[in-house]
Design a protein around this ligand. Structure first.
Ligand SMILES: [Mg+2]
Length: 246
């Protein structure tokens, strides 16, 4: 989804800065990734089991179908397609209720989003969460900032394939009309990092519920606290050096 007003001017961060900054939502900007975990734990209990920590970790940032497959295997149940759809609706509704109660910013995220907004750089939110749920969080962020900070928002039900496929980041770049190879993506999960790297972006990984291993083109930080736009330019330059095609 693209906002009415649209950035068309000169790059404001200098010629060596990023062309755009793209953010993941759950676990990166807001402390909502654990809401999905709470809902998955509750579903496992409803199915008479208990979701292991390892299985929960494998589901972070993935599609609902993949996550439920992991849960069923972990708990040891077989569910029909119809039951899977009902379970998906139940997990989504439980998560939506938790998100409605509050979606607090991750440390440093609000300050970085504000700096990117004030710089005039094109910016997108790229999430696997479906629009119906993401809207609950986006409304809270817009209310807190007094404006919708994203030029483009791409949700999990609006793409041909979900993260770790590169499609969501490619779609956001096309809607922003920017070169993804000159952009920085901020992600917390392995699925998200894999998606963004495959799309060709420089990636800043800020792990939340899942550890992230070093990879070419991936910069790692424990949090976004104190992170500035100038640091993203540095991450882009380091990503260029890591890319043998650059
Ligand atoms: Mg995430």
């Amino acid at each position: 989804m693209t906002k009415g007003h649209f950035w068309t001017g000169a790059r404001s961060s200098g010629s060596d800065g990023p062309e755009a900054v793209l953010f993941d939502m759950d676990g990166t900007l807001v402390e909502t990734e654990q809401y999905w975990g709470e809902a998955m734990d509750a579903l496992a209990e409803r199915l008479g089991g208990r979701l292991s920590v390892a299985a929960r970790e494998r589901t972070v940032g993935t599609s609902m179908r993949f996550a439920l497959g992991v849960l069923y295997a972990d708990v040891g149940v077989v569910r029909s397609e119809q039951q899977l759809r009902a379970d998906a609706r139940w997990v989504e509704e439980s998560t939506r209720e938790l998100m409605t109660a509050g979606a607090p910013w991750r440390p440093g995220a609000r300050e970085l989003v504000l700096e990117v907004l004030e710089s005039g750089l094109p910016t997108a939110l790229v999430t696997t969460t479906p629009r119906r749920l993401a809207a609950v969080v986006l409304d809270q962020l817009a209310a807190d900032l007094g404006t919708d900070p994203f030029d483009v928002t791409v949700c999990g039900d609006e793409v041909p394939a979900r993260k770790p496929d590169p499609a969501p980041y490619r779609q956001a770049a096309a809607e922003l009309r920017i070169d993804i190879a000159r952009s920085v993506v901020i992600e917390d999960s392995l699925a998200g990092v894999t998606s963004a790297l495959a799309a060709g972006a420089a990636v800043l990984g800020v792990p939340s519920l899942q550890p992230l291993a070093p990879a070419p083109g991936l910069a790692l930080r424990p949090t976004l606290l104190g992170l500035r736009l100038a640091d993203l330019a540095e991450i882009l330059r380091a990503g260029d050096q890591a890319d043998p095609a650059a």
